[in-house]
Design a protein around this ligand. Structure first.
Ligand SMILES: [Zn+2]
Length: 271
C-alpha cells in the first residue's frame, strides 16, 4: 500500500514536470516522450514505411501532395512565429509522399512526415479538399495528440515514473506504431478522442485558411467521407476519425473564424 502511494506521488511529480504548454491549444499537455526521442523514431519508421510501399513520383497528383503539404507547413510556421513560438518547428523535417494504395487514408507522423494514399484523392476531390485533410492531420501532429496518447498509456502501465521514456526496445516501437498507425497496421491505430478531433479540426481549418484554401471546403470533405461509408467498404480514415453531423456543423460554424484568422496574415482570397 505504501509503495503504491509512493508510486502515485512519483507519477504525479513526473506529470507536472513533463507538462508543456502547447502553442496551438494553449493547454498543458503531457509529453513523457520528448521530441528528441520521438522524432528519430518517427523518421526511421517513416523511411521504413516508404521502402515497403509504392511511392508515386513525377505525376501531377504527387506534385499536388507536395504543393499542398508545403503550403500547410509554411502556414504552420507563419502562425507559430506570429504567436511568439519562433523555432517551434526547428526539429521538423517536413516530407510529403503520395503512396499507391486504394486505402482512403492519410496521416502525419511526428516531425512533419506526411503520407497521402492515392485512394483518398477521389474524396479529396482536388487541392482544397486535400488541404482540409492535411491541415487536420498536421494539426494532430503539431498538437502532440499522438504523444499524449502514448504518454497516457505509459502512465497507465506504471512505466512512467522514471521520467522520460526512451523508445528503444521493440515493445515501445510497437506502441509507437499503434499510436501513430504506421506501416501495415492501417486501421489498427486507436482512434483519437473526440476532444482531440475537435481540436485538430479547428487548428486544421486555421492552417488551411492561412495557406490560402477555403476553409468552408472542410465540411464538404467530411460530408463526402461520410457518404462513402454507406458503401460496402467505409474509408479507413473514418475508423480513426468518426464523422457525424455535429462534426460537420462544428466545421461549418468555425470556417468564418478561420477566414478571420487568415486575414491577420494578409490572406483574404481563397481557392
Ligand atoms: Zn483526426
Amino acid at each position: 500500500m505504501k509503495l503504491k502511494n509512493t508510486l502515485i506521488i512519483l507519477g504525479a511529480v513526473v506529470l507536472i514536470v513533463s507538462c508543456a504548454t502547447n502553442p496551438f491549444t494553449g493547454k498543458k499537455t503531457m509529453a513523457l516522450v520528448p521530441n528528441s526521442q520521438l522524432f528519430p523514431t518517427s523518421f526511421a519508421q517513416y523511411d521504413q514505411f516508404l521502402s515497403e510501399n509504392k511511392v508515386i513520383k513525377g505525376t501531377s497528383d504527387a506534385a499536388m501532395v507536395t504543393r499542398v503539404g508545403q503550403k500547410i507547413a509554411v502556414a504552420a510556421e507563419r502562425w507559430l512565429s506570429a504567436n511568439g513560438y519562433v523555432g517551434y518547428l526547428n526539429d521538423y523535417k517536413w516530407e510529403y509522399n503520395l503512396v499507391d494504395d486504394k486505402a482512403v487514408n492519410a496521416w502525419a507522423m511526428p516531425g512533419g512526415k506526411i503520407v497521402v494514399y492515392s485512394g483518398i484523392l477521389p474524396i479529396a476531390n482536388g487541392e482544397t479538399g486535400l488541404a482540409a485533410i492535411l491541415g487536420h492531420e498536421v494539426a494532430h501532429a503539431l498538437a502532440n495528440h499522438g504523444q499524449q496518447r502514448m504518454s497516457a498509456a505509459y502512465v497507465q502501465q506504471g512505466v512512467a515514473i522514471a521520467g522520460n521514456i526512451a523508445i528503444k526496445d521493440e515493445q515501445s516501437r510497437n506502441a509507437f506504431n499503434q499510436y501513430y498507425g504506421v506501416g501495415s497496421q492501417v486501421g489498427v491505430m486507436l482512434p483519437f478522442s473526440r476532444a482531440h478531433e475537435t481540436e485538430a479540426d479547428k487548428i486544421g481549418l486555421y492552417l488551411m485558411a492561412v495557406a490560402g484554401y477555403n476553409p468552408a471546403e472542410a465540411a464538404e470533405l467530411w460530408k463526402r467521407m461520410s457518404a462513402q461509408s454507406n458503401g460496402q467498404a467505409p474509408p479507413e480514415l473514418l475508423s480513426t476519425h468518426p464523422s457525424n453531423a455535429s462534426r460537420i456543423a462544428n466545421l461549418t460554424a468555425l470556417a468564418p473564424e478561420a477566414k478571420k484568422e487568415a486575414a491577420k496574415f494578409g490572406v483574404t482570397s481563397f481557392k
